[in-house]
Design a protein around this ligand. Structure first.
Ligand code: UD1
Ligand code: CA
Length: 491
């Protein structure tokens, strides 16, 4: 997206299919997030293990299809677009970020330029208000239509409203609003106004677009405030109403890292509650870090200080012991993960036992009932059903058959400094302790490798391979040595 092409519709031809009663969605996500003091754009900061903007897009998708969701991006636009474009939403570039009102001015200009009919109603979401629930958006859009309002503001009454814009109702019990006043513009009388603007609104799109040119930057931030549209509409006799969200927490914004972590804790607590309501036992859930997308089956037990991250899926009747970190991994049923394991991109089959202190790296596939034990590392390795690697082993780029036993300290030497090589081991073989298996290598089924071997050549089925020096034993050698030395001093 260059300066010469300020906007960018994607799949333009489909926009015109919008029904007149339906909503399009605009997500304001162009801001820098100066108050975060971070190099990362604000909307790509994560809560519950997922970028703020992805949470907001998921909520938006419950109101409109992706092609009718317009993401207004600006600060680090390419980075933001790359992070969310798989969702199929459309992007509009706000090259200079001159306020939330300006963000909507850019969207309006985009509609005019493209000649696409404007949607009848527009739901506007803030990219930094990620906890908003689909149920609340459904209620907001329903209320907006029922009230036949030009603008409907989603509000809340938090314990401390400081920092938020305040919503002034024409009378305490009235749904009608006279204006939104930003924190820095509040008069002394207005400072006690408890009801905050969530930054989430419905508009009759034409009413909004007709007022955007009247916004000014004559305010504390020198920005075009979208919130000023409320007063402009009221001045024109248009209906502006407000509806309070059921829970305060879902409309909390994240302007600082501390606020971000508050939302993160909130989201993780609700993820734990969701899993527990589905029959999962989580001991001391406040000590666990569980990302919002994680799924866990009933009767699985999660011990304290566990992390379940990314797209992790865990089956039923598993036990995840303390201090394990499981990321983007799939565990079937009855799996035991003992203390202190790290799993990343691993697949573990039914009734397998992992750990303590195992590291399963990407493309590790652990078969049914297999064991990977103390201080073992696997990478791009398949372990067959019932196979065992119980102690101090590295298995990389390997396939290991059913029932094979890998002794303590066995190492696949898979890397020659330039290339990676593969090791195949058949079924029911026995690899003696402390053997080094120099890949590329194939060891057949039912084969034995003697302990302490360095194996460089293939071993056929049912063979025994010894790859170690013969032992030399010198009788009485030690006694002779002692005899030739002066007697040891007494301590
Ligand atoms: C805004 C509201 C405030 C409300 C609060 C709720 C205004 C003027 N104020 O304040 O009443 O209580 O949200 O959280 O709207 N953005 C753009 N382009 C811009 C500027 C901002 O896309 O030029 C985006 C930001 O990326 C952000 C959202 O708009 O996702 C809100 O902007 P922000 O600067 O955080 O507004 P607040 O000060 O929080
Ligand atoms: Ca904000």
């Amino acid at each position: 997206m260059g300066a010469a092409a300020p906007f960018c519709w994607m799949r333009r031809e489909k926009i015109s299919t919008m029904e007149s009663s339906s909503f399009a969605v605009a997500i304001m996500a162009a801001g820098k997030g100066t108050r975060l003091k971070s190099k990362r754009p604000k909307v790509l900061h994560e809560v519950g293990g997922r970028a703020l903007l992805l949470h907001v897009i998921s909520a938006a998708e419950t109101v409109a299809p992706a092609k009718e969701i317009f993401c207004i991006i600006g600060h680090e636009a390419d980075r933001v677009r790359a992070a969310v474009e798989a969702t199929g939403v459309q992007f509009v570039l706000q090259a200079d970020q001159r306020g939330t009102g300006h963000a909507l001015q850019v969207l309006k200009a985009e509609f005019e330029l493209s000649g696409v009919p404007i949607p009848k109603h527009l739901l506007v979401l803030s990219g930094d208000v990620p906890l908003i629930r689909p149920e609340t958006l459904a209620e907001l859009t329903r209320f907006h239509l029922a009230e036949q309002a030009a603008m409907t503001i989603l509000t809340a009454v938090p314990p401390d409203p400081t920092g938020y814009g305040r919503v002034l109702r024409i009378a305490p019990q009235s749904s009608e609003v006279s204006a939104i006043v930003e924190q820095k513009s509040l008069s002394t009388d207005q400072l006690n106004t408890p009801e905050i603007n969530s930054g989430i609104y419905c508009f009759e799109t034409a009413a909004l677009f007709n007022r955007l040119d009247q916004l000014s930057t004559n305010n504390a931030h020198g920005e075009y405030y979208l919130t000023d549209v409320a007063g402009l509409l009221v001045a024109d006799g248009q209906r502006v109403v407000a509806i309070q969200a059921e829970s305060v927490d879902e409309v909390l914004g994240a302007n600082t890292i501390a606020e971000m972590m508050h939302l993160d804790a909130f989201m993780r607590a609700s993820t734990s509650r969701r899993l527990m309501s589905q029959g999962v036992t989580i001991f001391r859930p406040e000590t666990c870090i569980i990302d919002s997308q994680v799924e866990v089956g009933a009767d699985t037990v999660i011990e304290p200080f566990t992390q379940l991250l990314g797209s992790t899926r865990i089956g039923s009747d598993c036990r995840i012991r303390s201090y394990s970190v499981i990321q983007n991994s799939t565990l079937a049923d009855d799996v035991t993960i003992r203390n202190g394991c790290i799993l990343d991109g691993a697949e573990v089959s039914n009734a397998a036992v992992i750990g303590p202190y195992s590291h399963l790296r990407p493309e590790s596939r652990i078969g049914e009932g297999a064991h990977v034990g103390n201080f073992c590392e696997t990478k791009k390795t398949t372990l067959g059903r019932g196979a065992k690697a119980n102690h101090l082993t590295y298995l990389g780029d390997a396939s290991i058959g059913e029932g094979t036993n890998i002794g303590a300290g066995v190492i696949t030497c898979n890397y020659d400094g330039v290339h990676k090589h593969v090791t195949h081991i058949g079924d029911r073989s026995f690899i003696g302790s402390d053997s080094t298996l120099v890949a590329p290598l194939t060891i057949g089924s039912g084969a034995y490798v003697a302990a302490g071997s360095c194996i460089t050549q293939d071993v056929p089925d049912d063979a025994l391979a010894l790859g170690r020096a013969h032992q030399v034993t010198k009788e009485a050698w030690a006694a002779r040595r002692r005899g030739s030395q002066p007697p040891a001093k007494k301590a």
